[in-house]
Design a protein around this ligand. Structure first.
Ligand SMILES: [Zn+2]
Length: 284
């Protein structure tokens, strides 16, 4: 069985340190012979990403090594393509506050027409940077709505990975709240059709999003294994899984995170997950 290693937020943070962190992750992936699919933010607050030469130089090198880049929102505002999955409210209520204050305003911003403009702007910047149209979209903060799938389809994007299978696990690692520990998925894991014809491919949680504590290493590895087991069972006969990560979370504790992932991927190989691919290689 195959998996896609996805890694979010490339291009979002300005500055050299973010680029160095990204390059650390690329180097580690190269050493593991794993091609990554990086989700790239086209229009962060500091300006269009295709004009950021620090980032683009590093991204071009990574593409030369076989890594894939796809679309991660437009500006990376958590509400720009719809409210996040409701269950995320349990561990991250703050990201819903702006929506709850002015739901009518957000509903206007989430009209098919407004969202189509956002998709088209994102795709235009992507094409300027990469010379080809984007294939897969991931909404920031897993915030997406029905209209966004319609607008995505109308903009020519047919694949999305904008849902988290079991956000409770992320909530558990962030808050330590015991009631979030049991497996309680929002989605079955297996990709499903959304809107007029977008294939939504939900993502396995990034359980290292807040780092890896050395004294909790074994417990986190066990939780990861359980997540993979349950997620793969949910995929059924679907041949390809989606692994979620963030380059900045990884790089801040690169030694521990890479050791955790290496142990996990070794174990996954023993479960028959022996091939790592990119979304572009898999779907095109
Ligand atoms: Zn993100």
């Amino acid at each position: 069985m195959k998996f896609v290693f996805t890694c979010d937020d490339v291009g979002l943070a300005p500055g050299k340190q973010a680029v160095q962190w990204f390059e650390m992750v690329v180097e580690w992936l190269n050493g593991m012979a794993i091609p990554g699919t990086f989700f790239w933010v086209p229009k962060p607050p500091n300006g269009p990403s295709d004009e950021n030469e620090f980032w683009m130089d590093a991204i071009r090198r990574a593409r030369g090594d076989g890594h894939d880049f796809q679309l991660h929102g437009l500006t990376h505002h958590c509400l720009e393509f719809g409210p996040p999955q409701e269950s995320i409210r349990r561990h991250a209520p703050k990201i819903f506050e702006a929506y709850d204050r002015e739901p009518e305003k957000w509903e206007r911003e989430h009209s098919v027409e407004a969202l189509r403009k956002s998709f088209e702007e994102a795709a235009t910047i992507y094409e300027r940077a990469f010379g080809e149209p984007p294939l897969v979209f991931r909404a920031p903060c897993f915030g997406i709505c029905e209209n966004a799938y319609k607008a995505m389809f109308e903009s020519g994007i047919r694949y999305s990975s904008s849902r988290s299978v079991n956000p409770a696990a992320t909530g558990y690692v962030i808050t330590g709240r015991q009631e979030l520990e049991p497996w309680q998925p929002d989605y079955p894991g297996k990709p499903f059709r959304q809107g007029p014809g977008v294939l939504e491919m939900p993502c396995l949680e990034d359980l290292a999003i807040r780092g890896v504590e050395s004294n909790a290493f074994d417990a986190l590895l066990d939780l990861f294994k359980r997540e993979v087991d349950n997620y793969v069972a949910g995929l059924g006969d679907w041949p390809c899984g989606v692994f979620g990560s963030h380059y900045h979370s990884m790089a801040k504790q690169m030694a521990l995170t890479s050791r955790l992932y290496e142990r996990l991927f070794d174990w996954m190989a023993g479960q028959g997950i022996t091939e790592w691919t990119t979304f572009r290689a898999e779907l095109e």
